[in-house]
Design a protein around this ligand. Structure first.
Ligand SMILES: [Cu+2]
Length: 251
């Protein structure tokens, strides 16, 4: 049996120095990024949305109604940092902001992530989907009826044609901007895809709270967006290793 010789003291020293440098790099990287958190408060319900609220016994959806304001679910706001630096290839900032309501994005990074906008109960789910430019969105049909997803928005014009339950089609969104999504067969179906230029965005949770993590330190314009309200903008400075707080109030 061959016993390897014990490492020389110079080898040991090299290993220790390499370890220290590694830690230093890690600490420096941490200092270069900070976090942003806050709350988006909606003072009045948003009116004018129409949702399916019942279906008949055969499973065919028939009734639509405009929900009373009291029954309206609070909308998710998209909070995003407008001018954060971001390069797609091999940069630490490529790590995605954690998107609270999308499990595929929760897993972490993703140079070119895929998202899902389901069609079920004659609605698009989620109703609001923020994505990083370059991402692909799948549109599965989970209803027992045909759907036809399309958009005339100048950010992305597409028409997926009619397709039945169980089938899915996909669209890639390369340009930042807003895409309003509709179904050619069900006029009440609508949704919004907000295509963003950097991964520092998130959706608010049910209480209106949000977190955007590991943002490069800097001074930025932050936007809070929901389709049926004028967007709000506020400035913030994010310092390395710290968490900045920024709250929004609507309307
Ligand atoms: Cu439809």
């Amino acid at each position: 049996m061959i016993v390897p010789p014990p490492p020389s003291s110079s080898t040991m020293m090299a290993v220790i120095i390499a370890g220290l440098l590694c830690n230093l790099n890690f600490l420096m990287a941490q200092e270069r990024t900070g976090h942003l958190r806050g709350r988006v408060e909606l003072k009045q319900p948003v009116m004018g949305d129409s949702r399916i609220i019942s279906k008949d016994i055969s499973g065919v959806y028939q009734k639509t109604a405009t929900l009373a304001p009291s029954a309206y679910e609070p909308p998710s706001f998209v909070v995003y940092i407008e001018n954060a630096p971001f390069t797609r290839r091999g940069q630490p900032s490529e790590r995605s902001a954690k998107i609270s309501q999308d499990s595929s994005a929760k897993k972490g990074v993703l140079a070119r992530p895929r998202f899902v906008m389901d069609q079920r109960d004659l609605t698009f789910a989620p109703h609001v989907l923020p994505i990083l430019a370059g991402s692909t969105v799948e549109f599965p049909n989970s209803d027992p009826v045909y759907h036809n997803v399309f958009s005339f928005s100048k950010t992305k014009i597409f028409d997926l044609g009619r397709y039945p339950t169980g089938r899915t089609k996909a669209v890639t969104f390369n340009e930042p901007g807003l895409v309003k999504v509709y179904c050619d067969m069900h006029s009440q179906m609508n949704a919004f895809i907000l295509v963003l230029a950097n991964p520092y965005f998130t959706l608010t949770d049910e209480q209106g709270n949000y977190w955007i993590r590991e943002v490069p330190a800097g001074t930025y314009q932050v936007k809070a967006w929901f389709a049926r309200l004028p967007e709000k903008t506020a400035g913030v400075t994010i310092r390395g290793g710290e968490t900045a707080t920024l709250n929004f109030e609507f309307p």
